[in-house]
Design a protein around this ligand. Structure first.
Ligand code: ADP
Length: 485
């Protein structure tokens, strides 16, 4: 696959700084692996602080002109980029499956989803309106201008190698910002291919820069630079907190999408089929490796047995394998550390009384494949309920009343995705309002879309991405007072 992709010109291994593809200054590289086979795909440039400083300078230089062209012009560039992403959907999806492991069909879905943020940004670029405020004095006029924040540092994870980048870069560029992107070292190839397409779209040199390598060093260079006015990050809560603290020195604007601990609450009055289908989608997508994956499945006692049996049947049918194989719906986990974490959480849960009723071990395919798993008799004190599982494990917790469900669901420091299944309109409103979460799916397990705001409360993050609200993250508000008229 790699050599095929190479001939399409989208297999890039260098960093992109100021419109030029370049090696690390000291020539260092890092390997990118296929998690499905453990084989090395290719080596990419391993960059650090010096390259980051140059990327920031390039972005700063480009900012002057990019922020001054018209919104309509920026919109056209973004539209072109979107068209190219869609035209290269298959190659991008192949790269993604190769480095990330998700089934090809899911990768194709992510290209659609990822590209949609660029399309939306192209449209929204033209709608960044200011305001005129009725003045309290007759000889004054008060105006509100919206202006780009400046150079943006975007740090992204491996679970959505394209969408986590476009969700940040689309609105940033639409608003007139320029960006320095640091994708995950585990999945840089999709990011580099998308960057190559941004060049082909004619987006001027320096507007989009990409580098990867020594993450803390790149992160520190972004944090230290007074020219970087905004940090936008998706990843672990621990790294997010470091970036927030590190932004204090230069008082940067910060957006964070951090870890979740999504409750999926199935009430007695739920439609069983809808609840099972929704739970499957919310839990097993991307092998359970998303921050909005159902982490705790809370099931009311009246429907518990029936739901557990129906879920078991459905999970048994999940076909595990290499993402390029026909019919596979669950690929490998990203790396050995991810499997070890799942094993530790299962071990902790079973040692405290939980029962594995399906799976619960590494898959016979080897490497980092893990069996689709269902665990019963879980409680909210076990590590599996306190930490993000990030694997194909469905832990079931039994509850009695609506109040219990809300209390258990909110008993966490996280607050990103949540799901409820009920056929009562009143209950759905009551519970949706009571959940301390940024997103609530009612009778629906997949709710992310570019047109709706995505983001968390409590320690799940700051700010929102996607939708018209996501644009504000890249804008400053300026008040202009015209006096003595
Ligand atoms: P995950 O568990 O999803 O890998 P991480 O928070 O470790 O979450 O990684 C998300 C992104 O943050 C990756 O691009 C990673 O390289 C980057 N990263 C990790 N540590 C740092 C750091 N100290 N400074 C800046 N970025 C970092």
């Amino acid at each position: 696959v790699a050599s095929q992709l190479n001939s399409s010109g989208l297999l890039r291994t260098q960093g992109l700084i100021g419109g030029k593809w370049i090696d690390a200054y000291d020539g260092k590289t890092i390997e990118v692996y296929n998690p499905s086979t453990g084989e090395s795909i290719v080596n990419v440039a391993c960059m650090g602080g010096r390259e980051t400083k140059d990327a920031i300078s390039a972005a700063y230089d480009a900012y002057g002109s990019w922020s001054k062209i018209t919104a309509a012009e920026r919109s056209k560039f973004l539209r072109k980029w979107y068209d190219l992403l869609m035209a290269h959907k298959e190659e991008l999806a192949q790269l993604m499956t190769l480095e990330q492991g998700k089934p090809l069909k899911e990768s194709m879905g992510e290209v659609n989803y990822g590209a949609s943020f660029i399309e939306f940004a192209a449209e929204e670029a033209k709608r960044i309106y200011g305001d005129i405020i009725p003045a309290p004095f007759s000889d004054r006029r008060l105006f509100v201008l919206k202006q780009p924040v400046g150079v943006v540092g975007a740090i992204t994870p491996w679970n959505f190698p394209l969408a986590m980048i476009t969700r940040k870069v689309g609105p940033a560029l639409a608003c007139g910002c320029t960006v320095v992107i640091k994708p995950s070292e585990l999945t840089p190839l999709t990011a580099l291919a998308a960057a190559e397409l941004s060049i082909q779209a004619g987006i001027p040199s320096g507007v989009v820069n990409v580098l990867m390598g020594n993450a803390p060093e790149i992160g520190d260079a972004l944090l230290e630079s007074p020219q970087v006015r905004k940090i936008t990050f998706t990843g672990s809560t621990a790294v997010g907190k470091k970036l927030l603290a590190g932004s204090a020195e230069t008082v940067k604007k910060v957006s964070l999408e951090l870890g979740g601990n999504a409750p999926c609450i199935v009430f007695d009055d739920a439609d069983l089929d809808v609840a099972v289908k929704g739970t499957l989608a919310a839990k097993f997508r991307n092998s359970g490796q998303t921050c909005v994956c159902a982490n705790r499945i809370l099931v009311q006692e009246g429907i518990y047995e029936k739901f557990a049996n129906a879920l078991l049947d459905a999970v048994q049918n999940i076909k595990v394998g290499d993402g390029f194989s026909e019919g596979v719906v669950q690929g490998p986990l990203i790396n050995e550390a991810a499997v070890k974490k799942v094993e530790a959480l299962i071990h902790d849960a079973t040692s405290k009384g939980a029962k594995v009723i399906l799976g619960g071990k590494r898959h016979s395919l080897g490497f980092t494949f893990y069996e689709p798993t269902v665990v019963c008799d879980v409680n909210n004190e076990m590590r599996i309920s306190r930490e993000e599982v990030f694997g194909p494990v469905a832990p079931l917790l039994k509850f009695k009343t609506e109040q219990d469900a809300i209390r258990i669901a909110n008993d966490t420091n996280a607050g990103l995705g949540s799901y409820i299944f009920t056929n009562s309109i009143q209950r759905s409103w009551r519970v949706a309002e009571a959940l301390e979460y940024g997103l609530v799916g009612v009778n629906e397990g997949l709710i992310s879309t570019e047109v709706a705001p995505f983001g968390g409360v409590k320690q799940s993050g700051l700010g929102r991405e996607g939708s018209k609200y996501g644009m504000d993250e890249y804008l400053e508000i300026k008040y202009v007072c015209l006096g003595n008229m």
